[in-house]
Ligand binder design. Structure first.
Ligand SMILES: Nc1nc2c(ncn2[C@@H]2O[C@H](COP(=O)(O)OP(=O)(O)O)[C@@H](O)[C@H]2O)c(=O)[nH]1
Ligand SMILES: [Mg+2]
Length: 234
């Protein structure tokens, strides 16, 4: 099956959410974390997880894709999470991956040195999908990753508005910039490992860094479901 057919087929049922961002921003790590948590808490809700990377270099060679069920033992509703490959040469694949999406997690690399890469990535996103993001047909959350970096080498949520404006994004989405989720996949991974090695895990009281990764994803899922429910039935 070609990648195009796979992406198309997987998104036929349920909802589709895509992680977008420059290469090495942490998209694959965030999706892997989400997958690990679901597998721990509710293994029946995990359908599949496909990570396309070169094992030797750990570099992405395509997109990642994972499918989950909403609620346990549910017959029907599935949600599909995809990541886009960030490298220049994957521009056409990115367009294929975002085809038919309902929601978007925009991953920004908080490292100051990555400001330009973040800008280029945002510009491309809004060139392709700006109308649907402004009209909120596609739901969106912003994940500002790598907040574990030393303060003087990284930006914070307060800088995201400026980054967006520099990338040519209209401030129509000002409230979305303002609700940027500051996360650290690295801290989440450490917290997860530590809790699991102690044999302690309570889904109702997850470690803070882990909860921060889950929140934007849950928010986008909720926003999509609310708007799907409000649509007149066809
Ligand atoms: N310091 C730090 N590094 C991270 C964090 N999240 C991911 N990384 C690292 O950044 C690199 C790229 O991550 P990856 O998930 O493959 O990025 P992708 O290209 O966006 O899929 C890897 O070496 C990760 O270990 C984080 O929160 N903090
Ligand atoms: Mg990746």
């Amino acid at each position: 099956m070609s990648q195009e057919e796979l992406v198309f087929e997987e998104s036929q049922q349920g909802i589709k959410i895509v992680f977008w961002g420059p290469t090495l921003a942490g998209k694959t790590t965030a999706l892997s974390l989400f997958h690990a948590i679901k597998k721990k808490e509710d293994p029946e809700s995990v359908y599949n997880f496909l990570k396309l990377e070169d094992k030797a270099t750990e570099r992405t060679i395509g997109f990642d894709q994972a499918t989950f069920g909403l609620g346990t033992g549910s017959k029907g509703f599935k949600y599909h999470l995809f990541t886009t490959p960030g490298q220049d040469r994957f521009k056409s694949m990115r367009k294929i991956v975002i085809n038919g999406l309902h929601g978007m997690i925009v991953v920004i690399d908080s490292e100051k040195a990555r400001w330009e890469e973040n800008k280029v990535s945002l510009k491309e996103l809004f060139d392709i999908l700006g109308d649907k993001l402004y009209s909120r047909e596609v739901k969106m959350a912003i994940m500002l990753n790598k907040m574990d970096l030393p303060v003087d080498t990284r930006i914070s949520a307060a800088d995201v508005g400026r980054l967006m404006i520099e990338a040519g994004v209209s401030d129509k989405l000002r409230d979305t910039f303002a609700s940027t989720f500051e996360v650290s996949c690295l801290e989440a991974l450490n917290a997860l490992k530590e809790a699991w090695s102690r044999g302690e895990w309570n889904p109702k009281n997850r470690p803070q860094p882990v909860q921060r990764i889950i929140q934007p994803i849950q928010m986008v899922i909720r926003d999509i479901l609310v708007s799907e429910l409000q649509k007149p039935s066809q």
